[in-house]
Design a protein around this ligand. Structure first.
Ligand SMILES: [Zn+2]
Length: 412
């Protein structure tokens, strides 16, 4: 079995390297935004979408033009890669999987990628990595990288720079030690409720830190921009953000590790996190309802990282020889897991479920998880009540980018 695995480490740059990293990321952002602008103009003029190849053919010209000749300082490959990213964003948009691509802002997930293994070198013995035009950069070597190197991505998060190297290696297909199947219902009050009655309570790292963050940000707003105190305060805010992100990553990795170890097959609802967390305010023509309540719910969903939870469960189960099954979300919270009766009235309160038909009562989240488990059984029994493309989609989508738990903990 081929295992794709990514390893992420923190870079230990000197001042000159740091400047160049920022410059390269800025060049990639510029190219991405320029191409996006071009696509928009093109569309307004009623012309067809410009594909990746004709767009990439414009790059050499941009690198020579007077206004953007500084692009020459950056390597060509990462610039091409950002055009590939834009192309993928458009393909996702055309297929209805994502919204219209947006312009990138400075500091908003800056990153760039070298797609070929011959473009970089990893010297694990001396804790350093070689990148074109940047030279050798030291890094915090926290674990051994196994397998053949495939590509490398450099990224910034909360003021720190990281590289993530993707590898591939042959491993023996593993057999999951357990044979159990469990359904999981995702929620706000209970992060994940299992059909066997076990509950995972949420770690609302953001909620805990929220007040503190608001205070620090108010203090930042009061300071004179670009003054020394302003810079210090900005660092403080960035550190707080980093701590929240680390706490969440740690929580998700621990939960998905436990669940994927204990159960061979995990069934989960196909919640469209992207849809659910979409801005509640709507558009001018179609204003949203319940804007305030929904934006609170959105923040809670994003805060808990459901999408990331599902991604981790997928690849961890795959590695352990198990399987993640995604079932469509339909009435799982209103349906009785005992007799199948569906009614709004079954849900008496947030926490309690009481069937109006057969009198079965249970915790509402556990009942929903049992319905999800039943739907998962239907999938395993081939087809059932489940759209096949859904299953395929998940199996393909799961192992794209993997950050193993240890690597994240090592950075934290
Ligand atoms: Zn019932």
């Amino acid at each position: 079995m081929e295992r794709l695995q990514a390893y992420k480490f923190e870079l230990r740059t000197n001042g000159e390297q740091l400047g160049k990293l920022r410059q390269f990321a800025g060049s990639c952002r510029f190219v991405y935004n320029r191409a996006l602008g071009l696509q928009q103009e093109n569309h307004k003029a009623g012309l067809k979408y410009i594909g990746y190849v004709p767009m990439a053919n414009r790059l050499p010209k941009w690198r020579k033009e007077e206004g953007s000749c500084w692009l020459k300082n950056a390597s060509a490959h990462p610039l091409q890669q950002s055009l590939r990213d834009l192309d993928r964003a458009f393909q996702n948009f055309f297929a209805g999987r994502a919204g219209f691509p947006r312009f990138k802002k400075k500091g908003d997930g800056d990153s760039f990628r070298y797609p070929e293994p011959k473009q970089f070198k990893l010297d694990q013995a001396n804790n350093r990595v070689f990148l074109p035009k940047l030279g050798w950069i030291r890094y915090r070597n926290s674990r051994k990288v196994l397998g053949t190197l495939r590509n490398i991505t450099i990224s910034e998060r909360c003021g720190k720079w990281f590289f993530s190297v993707q590898t591939v290696r042959e491993v023996e297909a593993s057999q999951h030690p357990s044979t159990s199947l469990v359904g999981i219902d995702m929620g706000i009050k209970v992060f994940a409720a299992q059909s066997d009655g076990e509950n995972h309570l949420p770690l609302n790292s953001f909620a805990t830190y929220q007040r503190k963050l608001a205070r620090e940000q108010r203090s930042l707003a009061r300071k004179k921009k670009f003054s020394n105190n302003w810079r210090k305060q900005k660092d403080r805010v960035a550190r707080l953000y980093r701590r929240i992100a680390n706490a969440r990553a740690d929580y998700l990795h621990k939960k998905t590790h436990t669940i994927s170890n204990n159960h061979a097959v995990v069934c989960i609802e196909d919640l469209k996190v992207a849809n659910m967390s979409r801005s509640a305010s709507g558009s001018q023509a179609l204003p949203g309802k319940n804007v305030k309540a929904k934006s609170g719910l959105n923040r809670a969903i994003l805060d808990q990282g459901w999408g990331e939870f599902r991604r981790q469960l997928g690849y961890k189960l795959g590695w352990a020889g198990g399987e993640l099954i995604v079932v469509p979300a339909q009435y799982t919270s209103q349906q009785c897991s005992c007799c199948g009766h569906i009614a709004k009235e079954n849900r008496q309160s947030q926490a309690g479920f009481c069937c109006q038909s057969c009198g079965y009562s249970d915790n509402a989240d556990t009942n929903a998880a049992k319905n999800i488990e039943a739907a998962g059984h239907a999938v395993l029994a081939c087809g059932g009540d489940v759209r096949p493309e859904l299953r395929e989609h998940v199996i393909q989508a799961a192992p794209v980018k993997q950050e193993p738990a240890e690597a994240i903990w090592a950075i934290a």
